[in-house]
Design a protein around this ligand. Structure first.
Ligand code: TMP
Length: 238
């Protein structure tokens, strides 16, 4: 039995606790939601429970497919046991369909299928508002080593392929998503979470948004959308 110890870090959507094992931490999923670098704040009722369940299910699925993640096991409704990571301060975004900042940057409508997945990097810095960077920034500022970036690129693309098919089987289009990586005992592992907070998920038939854009854009039906994703991902009625 792993024992929960002191709080190490509190983020916008999660709290990280130490455990009695220096290699392991506990991620506690909160209901708090923020957008636009925390300029907008709110609560999505039960989001913590739903996101922990969704993340746990998806990390197990990816592990089964040979992707190395920080996931160890789901401990409780809101808690996940994970390997302790030294987070690489690069947010990795993969896009299959135009939306959000890509639509703004390229001046195109949302909802256009991209001819190939687009891979982007952002410098993980709340102070700076996560600016977009490229691989030469990552190298010049030593955010990650070249070998680590080779791994991150490959794993991000592999995760995209696997997640796309996972969601298609559940009637959901994976528009885009953000993932993070970290170092654990010399290995680069997929970390953080994979949830409707950090993915754009559209109903494959109606194209209804089933993710945090409902909160960001005040579209209403936020809790309902998260619950629907939970039901489809975990195969149970909420
Ligand atoms: P974007 O279109 O706003 O750049 O977002 C791309 C994807 O990254 C989308 O699935 C939402 C996710 N994302 C985060 O997880 N955290 C963030 O801070 C931002 C801006 C986006």
């Amino acid at each position: 039995m792993t024992e929960k110890r002191e709080k190490i870090y509190e983020g916008k959507a999660k709290i990280i606790y130490a455990t009695d094992n220096p290699d392991l931490i506990i991620q506690f999923f909160k209901d708090d939601a923020t957008a636009f670098n925390a300029q907008k704040k709110g609560v999505i009722v039960n989001k913590g429970v739903i996101n922990n369940a969704i993340s746990s299910k998806i990390f197990s699925y990816l592990e089964d497919g040979g992707i190395h993640t920080h996931f160890v096991k789901k401990l409780s409704d809101r808690e996940m046991l994970a390997k302790r990571l030294e987070i690489i301060p690069v947010e990795v975004v993969v896009r299959n369909v135009s939306a959000g900042s890509l639509s703004g940057r390229m001046g195109i409508d949302e909802g256009i299928e991209l001819p190939l997945p687009v891979l982007e990097f952002y410098y993980k810095s709340d102070e700076l508002g996560d600016p977009m960077i490229n691989e030469s920034h990552i190298k010049a500022f030593n955010l990650a080593k070249e070998g680590e970036m080779d791994k991150i690129r490959d794993v991000a693309m592999d995760v995209n392929k696997r997640l796309k098919s996972f969601f298609v089987q559940r009637g959901i289009t994976l528009v885009d998503f953000k993932i993070e990586f970290g170092r654990h005992r010399g290995e680069v592992l997929l970390g953080d979470e994979i949830t409707p907070d950090a993915c754009r998920l559209w109903d494959a038939v109606t194209r209804d948004k089933m993710d945090k854009d409902r909160f960001r854009r005040d579209l209403g039906g936020v809790e309902d959308a998260y619950l629907k994703v939970y039901e489809r991902v975990c195969g149970v009625k909420g």
